[in-house]
Design a protein around this ligand. Structure first.
Ligand code: LLP
Length: 412
């Protein structure tokens, strides 16, 4: 589902705030939350996908809990009004190592920690005996839309290897830690054709540990259809298989167990688009390049993973450009040949049929609500972009554009 924001509104936003600019449609986020909520006890937003405070507040208002991966994400959650306490906890910290600052803050606030290594478990036990913990399990296999987003198997640094759960339980006992639950996140952008295998691994882990626990978490990873015709995750089937696993787990531990889900992309990807302006068009040998004012420092996914993002071209008044299409390579302003937004299918420059663009047209890059703004950088000394949240008639700037003064302020 592409955002429903009228093209004229987008053109106005580009005029008002300049380009490039991130824009999100709150209605899409609410619809995605509603799709999940009835089937899981807790939907916990993986805020790494899009951590703007206004997005986090929207999640909280809709009854979604939050996951944090760093001290920064913990502080964001608190500022958005989440409480670290409670059952279920408003915030859970999931990581594979605890830097000293994050450890100290997690202990101070009593934040539940989803532990990804035995060293981490020991450090937490030493600092905070009796702390509430989850164990993140690497079941020995994983999947993802790219090798880089596969978080299971022996090439992944994530989680505690499935055969070392006994050792983890020994540390839990040594320090009197409280095991809240088991967690499995095997990758990102997963179609879940092998879902039975994942649920089976969770049930096996509970059986092996034979330990009391309050909850299990299915992790995140749900894919979205970036291309027309991409498979759409069958949420009712997905939820049914996990609920079935939960019932088996309840049979083992002998009491009710909470089922959590931890999606990032599914909740926000389709709500977002990146607005950029066409600043040049040129023929280079056989390739026709259109250069826009957004670069891979803004949207990294195509350069990092070869990801496909649909695009729409509007004229400067917001009407879709109807000029005949031609194979086009869309690139940005950075001093890198990899600064290309059309580099899917294994090609660095994968031309895509787009209407002929002229300087001043607006190029919308779709499905960028997840891992767009949150993965941006200041490479080439380019300031971070503004973000706008459209909620029906309410159109709000939720982050201003970084200034050059902001960018230089840290340097002595
Ligand atoms: N839970 C854990 C422990 C995770 O590591 C992640 C994502 C999620 C949940 C949420 O996954 P999601 O539902 O969004 O797929 N930058 C990549 C994605 C990396 C995801 C890292 N971890 C991308 O742009 O595709």
């Amino acid at each position: 589902m592409r955002p429903n924001i009228p093209a004229a509104t987008l053109a106005n936003l580009a005029r008002e705030h300049g380009t490039p600019l991130w824009c999100y449609d709150a209605a899409v986020i609410r619809e995605r939350i509603a799709q999940l909520k009835g089937s899981f006890d807790v939907v916990r937003f993986a805020q790494k996908a899009c951590s703007n405070l206004s997005i986090l507040r929207l999640m909280r208002e809709e009854g979604v809990q939050v996951d944090a991966v760093s001290l920064g994400e913990i502080e964001r959650a608190l500022l958005a009004g989440y409480s670290p306490k409670g059952e279920p906890a408003g915030v859970v910290l999931t990581c594979d190592l605890l830097d000293r600052g994050t450890l100290a803050r997690a202990v101070e606030l009593g934040i539940e920690v989803n532990v990804g290594s035995i060293d981490m478990l020991t450090q937490l036990g030493q600092a905070s005996p009796g702390h509430r913990v989850w164990l993140r399990i690497n079941p020995g296999f994983g999947h993802g839309h790219s090798q880089k987003t596969n978080t299971g198997g022996e090439n992944s640094k994530h989680g505690i290897w499935h055969s070392q759960l006994g050792a983890a339980m020994a540390v839990i006992r040594d320090y009197g830690l409280v095991l809240v639950g088991l967690h499995m996140h095997i990758g990102s952008g997963v179609d879940y054709s092998h879902l039975e295998e994942v649920c089976g691994a969770m049930v096996d882990a509970v059986r092996e540990l034979g330990s009391d626990l309050e909850a299990i978490s299915a992790g995140g990873g749900l894919s979205i259809p970036y291309r027309d015709g991409d498979p759409v995750v069958d949420i009712p089937r997905y939820a049914e298989l996990w609920n079935q696993a939960r019932r088996e787990v309840e049979g083992i531990v002998g009491h009710p167990v909470r089922l959590e889900l931890e999606p990032g992309r599914f909740l926000v990807a389709e709500s977002g688009c990146l607005l950029s302006e066409v600043r040049a068009a040129k023929d280079v040998g056989n390739n026709h390049f259109v250069l826009v004012d957004a670069g891979f420092n803004d949207l990294m996914r195509p350069s990092m993973y070869g990801s496909f993002h649909a695009m729409t071209l509007l004229d400067d008044t917001g009407y879709p450009v109807t000029a005949p299409s031609r194979p086009t390579v869309v690139a940005g302003p950075l001093c890198e040949s990899g600064d290309v937004f059309t580099q899917h299918d294994g090609g660095l420059v994968a031309p895509r049929d787009l209407p002929a663009a002229k300087v001043g047209d607006l190029l919308l890059i779709h499905d960028t609500g997840a891992y767009g703004a949150s993965m941006s950088s200041n490479y080439n000394s380019r300031p971070l972009l503004p973000e706008v949240l459209v909620d029906g008639d309410d159109v709000r700037l939720i982050r201003r554009r970084q200034t050059l003064a902001d960018l230089l302020a840290l340097e002595l």
